[in-house]
Design a protein around this ligand. Structure first.
Ligand SMILES: [Zn+2]
Ligand SMILES: [Zn+2]
Length: 212
């Protein structure tokens, strides 16, 4: 489903994360997260081309399909430098694959992201490091249209990511929500559940007030 022009939501079925196909500047097609391994067919249904996968964080429900998507489309895989090692080694504990009763295949990460980067330097997607749910969690911010891909940092129904899993840190999460509350946001596209289609900044400030 096209949620805003140029952005297709592949809705997370079951425990799968939402995945977003983003047609970026310069004709680069970015896939934000891949879901679990069994999500691959749904991605394939929606995607004609994937040039780059960006993982919002290392959890299995977001990265389990990386290997299949890489193989099918010859896509590059990018993740924050603090979570990338768990993805590339297939760390069952840190990625929570074992919690899901799954095994994560090791997969090469082709590039490490850090706060302030623009994905591939040309996509208009800025990397905002938002640790708390995991150490290397990120949001992606499309400044021009004020769209925030919030991963599992922030959800649309008042929730924030859980911090009781490996790498979780509630204090860090509050700082991260503060950080994104300073951005000018209209649309929020989270890692699970519904999206916020307008008034994003106000929404984030309300969430911050409820937890901070
Ligand atoms: Zn998730
Ligand atoms: Zn997560």
């Amino acid at each position: 489903m096209q949620i805003v022009p140029g952005i297709t939501l592949v809705e997370g079925a079951g425990s799968n994360s939402n995945c977003y196909l983003v047609e970026c500047a310069g004709g680069i097609n970015v896939l934000v997260d891949t879901g679990m391994e069994d999500n691959f067919l749904r991605i394939k249904e929606h995607a004609k081309r994937v040039d780059v996968i960006v993982n919002t964080h290392c959890h299995y429900d977001h990265v389990g399909g990386n290997l299949l998507v890489k193989k099918e489309f010859g896509a590059k895989l990018l993740a924050h430098e603090a979570d990338a090692p768990y993805i590339s080694s297939g760390d069952g504990e840190q990625t929570c694959a074992s919690l899901f009763g799954k095994v994560l295949s090791a997969v090469e990460v082709d590039g490490f992201l850090k706060d302030g980067d623009e994905v591939l330097g040309a996509t208009g997607l800025e990397v905002i490091h938002t640790p708390g749910h995991t150490r290397g969690g990120i949001c992606l911010y499309e400044r021009k249209r004020r769209i925030l891909f919030s991963g599992d940092t922030l959800f649309a129904q008042g929730g924030v990511g859980r911090t009781d899993l490996p790498g979780g840190d509630f204090g860090a999460l509050v700082v991260s929500i503060k950080k994104i509350s300073l951005l000018d946001v209209d649309v929020i596209l989270p890692g699970h559940g519904e999206c916020v289609l307008s008034g994003g900044s106000e929404y984030i400030r309300d969430v911050l007030n409820s937890i901070g």
